[in-house]
Write a protein of this length. Sequence first.
Length: 665
Amino acid sequence: MLVYKPITLGPLKLSNRILMGSMHTGLEEANDGFKALAKFYAERAKGGAGLIVTGGISPNRRGALKPGGARLTSRRQVKDHSLITDAVHKEGGKICLQILHGGRYSYHPFNVGPSNIKAAINRFSPRSLSTRGVRKTVRQYSECAVLAKEAGYDGIEIMGSEGYLINQFLVTATNKRTDTYGGSFENRMRFALEIIQSIREKVGKDFAIIFRLSMLDLVNDGSSWSEIEILAKSLENHGVDAINTGIGWHEARIPTIATLVPRGGFAFVTQKLMGSVQIPLITTNRFNTIEACEEALASGCADMVSMARPFLADPEIVNKSKVNSNAVNTCIGCNQACLDHIFKNKIATCLVNPRASHEDKWPRQAKANVIKRVAVVGSGPAGLSATIEAARLGHSVTLFESNAEIGGQFNMAKSIPGKDEFNETLRYFDFKLKQLGVQVKLNTRAEIASLTDYDQIILATGVKPRKWTIPGSDSKEVVSYIDVLKGNVAVGKRVAIIGAGGIGFDVAEFLTHDETSQFLEEWGIDETLAERGGLKEPMPGQSNHHVEIFQRSEGKVGGKLGKTTGWIHRLQLKNKGVITRKCVEYQSFEQGHLTFKESGIEHRIAFDTVVVCAGQTSYAPLLDGLRAKGKSVISIGGALSASKLDAQRAIKEGLEAAYEISPWS
Ligand code: NAP
Ligand code: SF4
């Protein structure tokens, strides 16, 4: 396989072509965070990453992404970084520091930019850098690179994409300067080139420099393709060893890494630059399997592939895939526990691998001191997680599932358009159940009597849909989301969805999905890259249903969806003509008409089908009986509480339960 073929990147000889891409974890700013980061990166180096790039570290205070955000500006910080480089080198890995100046994206009042133009996604306006300020910033980049070398890094990556400072200098939309750093493209790219030149002069030849170049800005007045080519060639001439691909500014209203982006869906962009430079090109975005990386390399899209989130999901993705890719815990592109956490100022971890960033808390090598007979009831995400972790800790585990297949709510989630990655999570769990020798009892409803022989019972019996009761809600037209997603009922043309949570939105997506719609067309991405920024008129698919979503509360409809993905779901449905209604009081559903008040005004609208997505209630029918028998029982996931339940909480509680029942060493 090409993935496992060694490659030379400047002074570095890499054993394979997979780069663990930069990802901020929040540990960079946490107490004792560098110790945790050392463990985090060491696991990934051991797992086979050809080269690792750290999360972005600023070369000065103004460039930090938030107040107190990580920067490398003095000798005192070198010791912290050495913890990381030592740990990675001990595992035979290689690691580069990413230098990132946020420019106008830095979320604090001291931010700066090429011009004082505020970003739509930041409430703080940047101050325009003076010419002296630009030169000082160039110097600070090179000082940061020198410190990185002192800390033992094998090289650096200069973040020149995603709309950060260097990218802001490159395009006229954000650079209105009249000095030698603005105006012509030659002037606009001067900042980037001076940074590289000054770094190369200071660090010498035996230190790798990667530049992350925005090859598709996805914003108006972005770079043109010819400018991108000129910059790439100039970077090569100035001593850059490899070019990584950047796709989309953070303010772009086009999804670039969410689940609905096809795997490797932007590799065509890097491919367009192949041959223009002699140094290795790295492609990126929505690669989550080594097979997809292999395909991109084999079809000549790039020389290397970068993946970031898949290394959170499974630190050993590279090594495991060499032997058996079924063993890989695959990133599903949900963003729920990684990017959403970062935006909430929490430590990034992973929905399918809550151990990520907490390697010390639940060590992989831990084994239970006392082996128990454990029964897990329910094979949804919580039950599956508890099962495989308890079995890995050494317990003898039996999993009870009343249905014919494992998966619980995941079986519905995987049927939602754009969420088929859930199949991978189920494939992984299935593999682990077999690998760990778990006894799986499908089509078996656990009863008190069948559980009395076990030392420990973990109840993961999940949730029941909440009932919706108004006059007429027992009509045949009123159905549950479960029946809709399982295809048990015919859904009419005009549909009302009661409840605007994650499931209400999922059902709306399910009903309005257009099979013929293509990602690039739907979102208006110009594959020919003929226009600046790579934008063209979007062509949303056509829906076969007229859909209206209702909620009783006041807030934004869909406002509680994921921080980094909610906007995509809201925009997608808006583009399909879905109507959203808030401040609703339901009155009746009679003779095919829903009567309700919206902000006090009464409406009576005809609907063929009403789909109830009004949340869930906890379902734990065995709990009291088992406790009465004096059994040791732990409830997790929906069986514990339906409030704020999602797959992330469920999987984490499964892991926690397994460790809770297992004093370990
Ligand atoms: P949810 O997020 O709690 O939403 C329930 C919806 O039902 C709310 O819009 C609520 O709005 C409404 N509702 C509550 N009680 C009602 C009642 N008695 N009558 C009528 N409407 C009522 O629950 P969910 O949509 O079932 O999702 C369950 C969990 O899975 C959530 O944690 C969710 O985040 C997660 N999930 C996430 C995604 C994702 O994309 N990230 C996808 C699917 C599921 P009002 O009270 O304002 O009417
Ligand atoms: Fe991937 Fe979701 Fe895990 Fe993030 S939280 S690494 S997107 S599976």
